[in-house]
Ligand binder design. Structure first.
Ligand code: KIV
Ligand code: ZN
Length: 388
């Protein structure tokens, strides 16, 4: 089977920036956009231009800066929003308007106090209007995760009739199970008239910790764009993490799904976003967390020292991390201590290691993590030091 390209639509600067208290200024957005462009994302959603003059300015500045990726601006299905987005995107080499409306019964009834038929008309008109400004129009069916498939297919058909090139199927509330979300994409692929004119896009939230799994299942079932953020940041529990979905495809080549991401830039991009937003990345975060390639238990350390692949499925260099870490704690074994000691210039015989290890355990029971300085001290205060 030939490889199929999955577009990476990065929404760190729009959905990601909706994290409470993590507003970015224009300069920070431009720096992150440049990094995303280098990383190789296909689309950068730069903001929601009508939401504030500051966001308008940021979308304008990102549009002027980005050289390769498509630059996208979000709108509601409202004429004024679309006009403002088109204005903000004027200087983009490849502009895209991302317009849409809520399609679940709950959104239609409570948010819009409208009817299913009226929503179909609004979807069509919004896309058609956006299309009068730019060629590339993406339509989102907000809360598609809780919209019944038959009605969702009709909404998609109206968006295609209006000229949409991408159909975004958001699991806005992060409610779907992977099997359910995958089946939704498959249903749309098989039942929407005119679907060959557009690609389906996954936009999954992480309220149940399933955003990445849902996005992967969506692509396996035919979606060809994934919407995601660096470090999975976003409102509530966040969005699909870009680094996770990209590495899932890379580590499972038989899926025949490929992206254009330069994975060796993932770690530095993660650090940039975390520092700019002031959001600390959890140590056990997959791919980019500080413990993602750290080994602390004796059994694992012994295995990794013998052969990295015993306990690592990813070469840390592939994501821009220099090397795996052997963290010395009271759970570490002799192999790890000997390995770290050797790196510090001490070749220990078996007998010497026995004494140093006993002193090490005594020390490690009192201190959580043993640093290089501690090892120097442990070895140099051992009775065997004069023989080393
Ligand atoms: O989660 C969502 O539904 C969204 C849309 C506005 C695209 O972010
Ligand atoms: Zn979202």
């Amino acid at each position: 089977m030939p490889n199929e390209h999955v577009q990476i639509f990065d929404t760190t600067l729009r959905d990601g920036e909706q994290v409470p208290g993590c507003k970015l200024n224009t300069q920070q957005k431009v720096i992150i956009a440049k990094q995303l462009d280098q990383l190789g994302v296909d689309v950068i959603e730069a903001g929601f231009p009508i939401s504030s003059p500051g966001d308008f300015k940021s979308v304008e500045a990102v549009s002027q800066t980005v050289e390769n990726a498509t630059v996208c601006g979000l709108t509601r299905a409202v004429k004024k929003d679309i006009e403002v987005a088109a204005e903000a995107l004027k200087k983009a080499r490849k502009p895209r308007i991302h317009t849409g409306i809520g399609t679940s019964d709950s959104h239609i009834k409570h948010k819009f106090k409208s009817t299913r038929e009226e929503i179909l008309v609004r979807a069509y008109e919004a896309v058609k209007y956006a299309k009068s400004f730019v060629e590339d129009v993406e339509f989102y069916a907000e809360d598609a995760g809780r919209t019944d498939n038959e009605y969702l297919a009709r909404v998609c058909e109206e968006a295609i009739r209006g000229g949409a090139t991408v159909l975004n199927i958001p699991d806005t509330t992060g409610y779907c199970l992977p099997s359910e979300y995958g089946a939704k994409i498959k249903y749309l692929k098989e039942n929407v008239r005119g679907i060959e004119k557009a690609i389906l896009s996954c936009h999954c939230h992480n309220d149940l910790g399933l955003a990445t799994a849902n996005s992967v299942e969506g692509t396996i079932n035919g979606a060809r764009q994934v919407e995601c953020t660096i470090n999975g940041i976003g409102e509530r529990a966040g969005n699909t993490a870009l680094e996770e979905v990209v590495m899932v495809f890379k580590q499972h080549p038989y899926l025949n799904l490929v992206t254009g991401i330069k994975t060796e830039l993932l770690y530095q991009t993660s650090q940039l976003v975390s520092e700019s937003m002031g959001i600390y990345t959890q140590p056990n975060k997959a791919i980019v967390g500080s413990n993602a390639f750290a080994h602390s238990s004796g059994i694992h350390q012994d295995g990794v020292i013998k052969n990295r692949e015993t306990y690592e499925i990813i070469d840390p260099k592939d994501v821009g991390v220099n090397h795996s870490a052997i963290v010395l704690t009271a759970r570490s074994g002799r192999a790890a201590l000997a390995y770290r000691a050797k790196n510090l210039g001490y070749e220990l015989t078996k007998l010497q290691l026995d004494e140093v290890y006993a002193n090490f355990l005594d020390f490690a029971d009192r201190k959580k993590e043993i640093e290089d300085d501690d090892i120097h001290q442990i070895i140099e205060t051992s009775s065997i030091y004069s023989q080393i």
